[in-house]
Design a binder for this molecule. Sequence first.
Ligand SMILES: C[S@@+](CC[C@H](N)C(=O)[O-])C[C@H]1O[C@@H](n2cnc3c(N)ncnc32)[C@H](O)[C@@H]1O
Length: 612
Amino acid sequence: MTRPAVTIVIPVWNAVKTTMSCLTTLRDTLGPDDQVVVVDNGSTDGTPAFLATQSWVEVVTHEQNEGFAAGCNAGARRATNPVVIFLNNDTLLAPEWIEGLVAPFADPRVGATGPMSNFVSGPQLLVDDAYEPKSRADIARHADALRQRSAGRTRETGRLVGFCLAVRAEVFAEIGGFDEGFGLGGCEDDDLCNRLRAAGWRLLIAEDTFVHHIGHQTFDDNSIDWYALQQDNLVKLQHKSAAGRPLSFLVLCGSQPLPLIATLVGIEEAVEVSSCEVVLLVPDRKPLAEVLAGVGGVRVVDVGGLSEDRAWQLGQHTASGLRRALLRAGEAVDVSAVQRLLATDPWAAQPTPVGAELKPVVTDPRDLYLDLMEKCLLNTIYEDPAQDPWSARRFDPAKRAGGLDWPSLAHTMIGQKRLDNLRAVVETVLAEDVPGDLIETGVWRGGACILMRAVLKAYGVTDRRVFVADSFEGLPPPDPEKYPADAGDQHHTFTPLAVSLAQVRANFAKYDLLDDQVVFLKGWFKDTLPPAPIEQLAVLRLDGDMYESTMDALSALYDKVAPGGFIIVDDYALAGCNKAINDFRAARGIDDPLVGIDSMSCYWQKRARVLV
Ligand SMILES: C[S@@+](CC[C@H](N)C(=O)[O-])C[C@H]1O[C@@H](n2cnc3c(N)ncnc32)[C@H](O)[C@@H]1O
């Protein structure tokens, strides 16, 4: 079987006899195109003289010991083959060990492999008390037996030990090799593995491959306290991991500046930019020159002429964040996907696409006004914290968007999707000429009603009114005798839900929307809605939370909804409201389909009456 040629890099520092044994066993296992590079890290014993006699080996000489990482990196720079195997000189090799390490690279997602061994930490250790080799033949038999037993078996791992580590040469170069900050040696292999995994590469143990390892030979021969060295480097490794930015955005750019700007703005809106890294994969800098000059702190990777896969890969290798969020220029950022990514274990996080469809660029002044109105009503502009008991008194963009918090200042709690829905519904009744006024039953600070009035204003509609129905004192205490579904309901105890009429009027006035097209109905729904001066409704928005409040509003107003009009149910996820809706629809034989809005809400359109 042919296999790709490898470059074997062996850093050495004195211990010439150990190196001799290693090279002797190695030579017989090489293929014709394999390359062996020994990096002499400042040896002062017989090593230089011995190496001078080994013409089959390339030698790189360092005047002094520059450390294991620097030695390996220097050797890897000489590599001419696609796989580099870093090998300690205190190893003894058996036939076909290279074949075993190289075979898993047939999977293009594999970045590194390592063998089983008698002396190694972690899952690469092959425990066998009977293994006490007296000769090369014993080692070869042991290795052969494992190969037979476990032929072709690999195991996914998070960590491969550097005593014998095979890595794709190109990948090793692109991620910057071993970190030379680890000095003489220790933990640079863990660090490399962390970076490979963060870049999306699989690490595999070749479970059918055995390499004999003597262990710590170089440190022992040079009287180095291996344990102390290891402890220092462990601390370095932990600091390095902790310091890593949690998130890198990788943006695959095209040649148009505008889509890139839109995506960069989306990133800025989605996260605290200082806490993440942005890597732009740029096929051609020229058309993007102005944008690139204008954005500070981003990393630019030139990917001209590369396939998309390769461009992403290069970005992965450049990124320093442990979690990678993938986007294409022109895409919006799916904030919840980013948040899910941020919630994952950084070492287990996979590169994740977080792109969403970008809303078309809005230029119609009506849309600009209503878009801004929604942002103001939700206060996603100044980001007031939540005041409910479950949101930890902070602003959470996902909760605000989903209408899942009680804002401390914003004028509505129904969230972005329900506001979008309300706006679309009102625009539809205008476009389809569905006659009637608009009402919300349960308005709190008035935000949803303010939006309805704003839509009428934006479209110049002067013959429809917005009814604003509320107790303006919060919810009623439950009446379990009449409405058993409300038994135990606590809503009436929540003082933040009681907002006065004066306050709601003032809120309308702040938007210049308080006029005679706005009609307030103050009191309990059961009292105010039946006699309300409403002839016909195009939109009935129910937001009273409880069974009673929902049923009272439906009973009084459903028949006033014009055919083609809409009934919006804010609280369909709440048990009381849900039951009221289902009971009412069943009692009246309504089978107009319910359409979901978000996790809480739904609506239906009253079927148009068929004229005969
Ligand atoms: C969840 S809040 C409404 C949120 C509001 N739609 C918004 O845009 O933020 C519920 C409101 O319904 C009112 N309410 C509930 N049941 C009521 C009833 N039976 N009669 C009058 N008002 C009621 C409460 O006073 C409260 O203002």
